[in-house]
Design a protein around this ligand. Structure first.
Ligand code: C5P
Length: 287
């Protein structure tokens, strides 16, 4: 039996950092949503007890350093699985981009192995296991539009964000998430009003939502990659309704309601950026 699971990317409509905790992590308030830009995970059984991981991207590690490998190992150990597993990651989401590609692959692996090994674990249980691997994994277990708090492990699904087009640009430089968090000064950072953002989404008020979108980490990453600010300016100049960095970056995205305008902005950005994507938001079941 082979099980194929979709692993969608996420964007942060809002990311607020409240304070640095004693365990070194930051207390966060975020609104995340899934977009129609996905990796795919395929799992099947092996007779020999081992984890055989392959990907379509040559530079990705296929050993313990990969969160997908860690997810399989954790389930194997905890549930005393005596057979092996073959896992293939088919990547489309840019790597180290602020789009939770690796976390979504990890979450999709947990969901897939839950089926393959008939573990009957609830999403809450899978999220709990995922939280031990990475802070964004619990959100990726649920997907859709959610309010995410704590270190990233407290997930409250909310109404789907108003439907629109999303155009993303991934600059070719990369940043490390720990470096960005380390350089963050919570007092000086921008603090988006997450409650107002949530209310705008729950009342399906697109315009009000765009007003309250914001990311505490953006300024820190812009200092290292100034191109982010230039891409944002270009997006707004070309007619986007709002433009923002996702997660700790460096991917920048903008939102647009009309398809024609989205296509025009996409074409214009393609002129001077290598990695540009035009996708839609994903409609969940919680409308
Ligand atoms: O959990 P994860 O390994 O994805 O986190 C990567 C890094 O991001 C952490 O080592 C930490 O420096 C930072 N982080 C944080 N607060 C969070 C989540 C991540 O400071 N809530």
């Amino acid at each position: 039996m082979e099980i194929r699971e979709k692993a969608p990317a996420k964007i942060n409509l809002g990311l607020d950092t409240l304070y640095k905790r004693e365990d070194g992590f930051h207390e966060l308030e975020m609104i995340m949503t899934s977009i129609d830009l996905s990796d795919h995970i395929t799992v099947s059984s092996l007779d020999e007890k081992k984890i055989q991981l392959t990907t379509n991207i040559a530079f990705l590690p296929t050993d313990k350093r990969n969160h997908v490998y860690q997810a399989a190992q954790k389930l194997m150990n905890e549930f005393n699985i005596q057979i092996g597993v073959k896992i293939h990651i088919e990547k489309t989401i840019p790597v180290s981009a602020g789009l939770a590609g690796g976390s979504s692959d990890c979450a999709a692996t947990l969901r897939a192995l839950n089926k393959l090994w008939k573990l009957n674990l609830s999403l809450d249980e899978l999220a709990n296991i995922g939280s031990q691997i990475g802070s964004d994994v619990p959100y990726c277990i649920y997907g859709n539009t959610s309010l995410v708090t704590g270190r990233g492990e407290i997930i409250q699904p909310i109404k789907d964000m108003p439907s629109c087009y999303v155009i993303l640009v991934k600059p070719n430089q990369s940043v490390s998430t720990p470096t960005i968090f380390k350089a963050l000064n919570v007092q000086e950072a921008h603090h988006p009003n997450i409650a107002a953002l949530k209310w705008a989404i729950e009342t399906n008020n697109y315009q009000e939502m765009t007003k309250h979108m914001g990311n505490s980490l953006e300024e820190v990453t812009v200092q290292r990659i100034p191109k982010i600010a230039r891409i944002k300016d270009a997006m707004m100049k070309f007619g986007a309704d709002v433009a923002l960095m996702s997660g700790s970056g460096p991917t920048v995205f903008c939102l647009v309601k009309q398809e024609k305008r989205a296509q025009r902005i996409f074409n214009a950005l393609k002129g001077f950026n290598e990695e540009v994507y035009l996708v839609r938001t994903i409609r969940g079941k919680n409308e």
